[in-house]
Design a protein around this ligand. Structure first.
Ligand SMILES: Cc1cc2nc3c(=O)[nH]c(=O)nc-3n(C[C@H](O)[C@H](O)[C@H](O)COP(=O)(O)O)c2cc1C
Length: 411
């Protein structure tokens, strides 16, 4: 792994590979592995699957490495296999991961959340279908989620419990406690999941929040729970480590929550000392005439850029960013500060190291562990010498080694 470049040397690097310092945490570059649910946890704790999954990403050179949305309480999971951090006994299982990630030079990061009314379903490969009596018979019963209003997520989902003020206090406490455990587990960055139709987003959106008390009604009321949660997390999280918040800048098909609302939310988050805004979209569901966000490369970038300009806060851009030159262009044009990637990392876990090479970063191999980098350096030298290229010299060498040189000379 590369030691951090000296400041002058760093300024000469492509922006994507310049370190970024957030409070007391420095990431070696601006490539972030975006959170990705795995549905491979047991009682909320990570397993060998996670060591493999995060391990292959950790050795690939990214600066910031998120695991997945991690539930702050057991009923805040979508599936029985979702990650969670609601019990101190879970801490050592996460500490094993953060230790390995840090050893590889990446910054370990955790996203905490609560799925609210999305509770009690299957994972992604079964399209998040609701759990049924048949699943219950096999030991995987559905359970009742929580929500601002008792509106089911979709057909077959249980109506969620409409949260009373005790439930709200409990959820805020659970976020705080999960943040405390994340510190003990060794995470340097925490992200509060306020996007994708999860509980905090359910409070933001008038589609799902029909409350008439202080946690509903106008935009300020609907933002209140997310803001109280982030205040709590910021208070628990060490002063020298950054807090990110991910939110859906527009609802997409669900409609109603739009850019103006997000600009107000972003400002309120800034006032609460949040360090980075992680710009995503969608997840509430429902039908309106608001268009779905077209999935073009970098589809959140125009929104990230607007929020960055309005707040002056660093922002993360995510969504179909796969080309290193595109990522670099987004940063150089100051449209975002960090580039997050999810699916391309599934396809190519070493994307960051490959991107560094494509952008001409000296010593790009050194983003990988020493055992790999050493061998890749040797291969680079061999390639530079032209040894590997077919030509008269290599043909002559092959002829000798294959015992064909004499025969060729005799002909
Ligand atoms: C397998 C998978 C799991 C995901 N899980 C989460 C999650 O836990 N939390 C979250 O905020 N986003 C999650 N997402 C969304 C990604 O973080 C990312 O925002 C989205 O996939 C767009 O980026 P991409 O085009 O680079 O994949 C997930 C995406 C994938 C593909």
């Amino acid at each position: 792994m590369t030691d951090r470049p000296a400041p002058d040397a760093a300024a000469a690097l492509p922006k994507l590979f310049q370190p970024i310092t957030l409070r007391g945490v420095t990431a070696r570059n601006r490539v972030m592995v975006s959170p990705m649910c795995q549905y491979h946890s047991v009682n909320g704790s990570p397993t060998d699957w996670h060591m493999m999954h995060l391990g292959r990403l950790a050795v690939g050179g990214a600066g910031i490495l998120f695991g997945e949305e991690t539930a702050v309480e057991a009923r805040g999971r979508k599936t029985h296999e979702c990650a969670g951090l609601w019990d101190d006994a879970q801490i050592p299982h996460y500490a094993r991961l953060t230790e390995f990630i840090r050893q590889q030079g990446a910054v370990p990061a955790i996203q905490i959340g609560h799925c609210g009314r999305k509770a009690g379903c299957h994972g992604a490969v079964k399209d998040w279908a609701p759990l049924t009596e048949a699943d219950a018979a096999e030991g995987r019963p559905p359970w009742q989620g929580l929500a601002p209003s008792p509106i089911p997520y979709g057909p077959g989902f249980m109506a969620p419990k409409e949260m009373d003020t005790d439930d709200i206090r409990e959820v805020i406490d659970a976020f705080g406690e999960a943040a405390r455990r994340a510190v003990d587990a060794g995470y340097d960055i925490i992200d509060v999941h306020g996007a994708h139709g999860y509980l905090l987003h359910q409070f933001l959106s008038p589609i799902t929040n029909r409350r008439t008390d202080g946690y509903g009604g106008d935009r300020a009321g609907r933002m209140r729970l997310l803001l109280e949660v982030t205040e709590r997390v910021r208070a628990v999280w060490p002063k020298d480590r950054p807090v990110f918040v991910r939110f859906s800048v527009v609802d997409g098909k669900g409609g109603v929550w739009g850019l103006e609302d997000s600009l107000a939310l972003a400002q309120a988050l800034k006032e609460r000392d949040i360090d980075v805004l992680d710009i995503s979209s969608g997840g509430i569901g429902g039908e309106t005439d608001m268009p779905a966000l077209p999935r073009t490369p970098g589809y959140h970038v125009p929104f990230a850029e607007r929020i960055r300009a309005a707040t002056g806060l660093p922002v993360v851009a995510v969504g179909m960013i796969t080309d290193p030159r595109h990522a670099e262009d987004i940063l150089v044009r100051e449209r975002a500060d960090i580039i997050a990637i999810a699916r391309e990392f599934i396809w190519n876990a070493d994307w960051a190291a490959h991107a560094a090479k494509a952008l001409g970063v000296p010593g790009a191999n050194r983003l990988m562990p020493e055992e790999y980098a050493h061998r890749l350096d040797l291969r680079d030298r061999q390639q530079a010498m032209g040894f590997n290229r077919p030509g008269p010299e290599s043909a002559a060498a092959f002829a000798v080694l294959l015992g064909e040189a004499g025969a060729a000379a005799a002909q």
